[in-house]
Design a protein around this ligand. Structure first.
Ligand code: UFG
Length: 337
């Protein structure tokens, strides 16, 4: 049984990935410092899978602890590295926090891997590396645009650090560039934990549906898109989790074509904010109170993935659609009331 370390394994995407790894028979070790998660997620993972992952509450910013971790756990076959801060707005306010949380920790993990001869690494990247791409759908060879935020910059720099490291070591790495991850596990035992006023669309929609928020503001009705609202590629978090298993398998079976590879992970379908609202109203049976307001600063017009490469090379396809994702997000929301 292969042993996989999942950093940030109690977070939103991390917890869903741990569930899928355990379902596939992998042994899992989780590192999470609970900075944006809670310990009861561990119990929920156990209750979904019937298996208990090893768990270490460890701050990856502490280089010494990272080295000690690798000495203690010296039979790890691969790492899926989620642990990072992800709030775009906060990253503008606190750039050093983001560079420290997202870059220092990446370096310490890569150093720990090197000294312990762990060579398989999956990195959480983001479609944010493309900025407003010139051509839709976006392929992996679209160029990086100047990052809109320190958060986005940490994903660009992170990929570059990993690429440079693969050139001079035995490291094999895959960066998965996620489009917009949404939804929750069908059991509604794990999902995205809401902290404060949601900045992202889906938690705002479900909280408005649940009457926790009065009205959703739709940011911008004058984009050059079919209905005037901005278009994104919303991917169900369970499909996204499965992409990590496919990518890890590729590395463990030495099927990668290069020591550093990148794949877009999306559905390939663009949905506007109004499409999301309509789909939510359909699956929840609730009318949604919304109003079109000015555009949000820093937002792009549209981003959706060309997933041809991931479909072919990872032998991975999405199985769930926008309505499936919104139905689970809504079910999850109702457990939070
Ligand atoms: N939106 C609203 N109202 C809201 C919240 C969002 O209309 O209350 C709109 C946004 O303007 C955007 C769309 O819904 O058009 C999606 O917004 P999200 O905040 O959910 O997602 P973003 O596409 O802005 O952000 C995502 C990831 C980030 C990443 C960014 C890169 O969540 O991690 O893409 O573009 F950095």
């Amino acid at each position: 049984m292969k042993k996989i370390l999942v950093t940030g394994g109690l977070g939103f995407i991390g917890s869903h990935t741990v569930v899928e790894l355990q379902n596939e028979g992998y042994e899992v070790v989780i590192i999470d410092d609970l900075s944006n998660s809670t310990i009861d997620v561990l119990d929920k993972i156990i209750s979904i899978t019937g298996k208990e992952p090893l768990y270490e509450n460890l701050d990856l910013k502490n280089q010494e602890s990272v080295q000690q971790f690798f000495k203690k756990h010296n039979t790890i076959d691969g790492i899926i590295h989620f642990a990072a801060s992800k709030a775009v707005g906060e990253s503008v306010e606190k750039p050093l926090k983001y560079y420290h949380n997202n870059i220092s920790t990446l370096i310490y993990v890569l150093e720990g891997m090197k000294s312990n001869k762990v060579n398989n690494f999956i990195f959480s990247s983001s479609c944010t590396v493309y900025g407003q791409a010139d051509v839709m759908p976006i392929t992996e060879d679209a160029p990086f645009k100047t990052a809109e935020s320190p958060y986005g910059n940490t994903k660009q720099i992170g990929e570059e650090i990993i690429f440079d490291t693969t050139k001079v070591s035995n490291l094999n790495a895959i960066a998965l560039r996620y489009f917009n991850p949404i939804g929750a596990h069908e059991s509604a035992k794990i999902g995205e934990l809401p902290i404060g006023v949601p900045q992202n669309l889906i938690p705002y929609v479900t909280q408005t549906g649940a009457k926790i928020r009065e009205q959703l503001s739709v940011f911008g009705g004058d984009y050059p898109t079919p209905d005037g609202t901005a278009v994104r590629d919303y991917i169900h978090v369970v499909d996204l989790a499965k992409a990590h298993i496919a990518a890890m398998k590729r590395l463990l079976e030495n099927k990668n074509n290069a020591s550093f590879e990148v794949f877009n992970i999306g559905t390939g379908t663009g949905s506007s904010v109004l499409d999301v609202i309509k789909a939510f109203e359909k699956v929840s049976g609730e009318p949604l109170n919304y109003k079109i307001v000015d555009r949000r600063e820093g937002d792009i017009t549209e981003a959706y993935a060309d997933t041809t490469l991931a479909n072919k090379e990872l032998n991975w396809q999405t199985e769930l659609n926008l309505e499936d994702a919104l139905a689970t997000a809504w079910k999850w929301q109702q457990t939070l009331k």
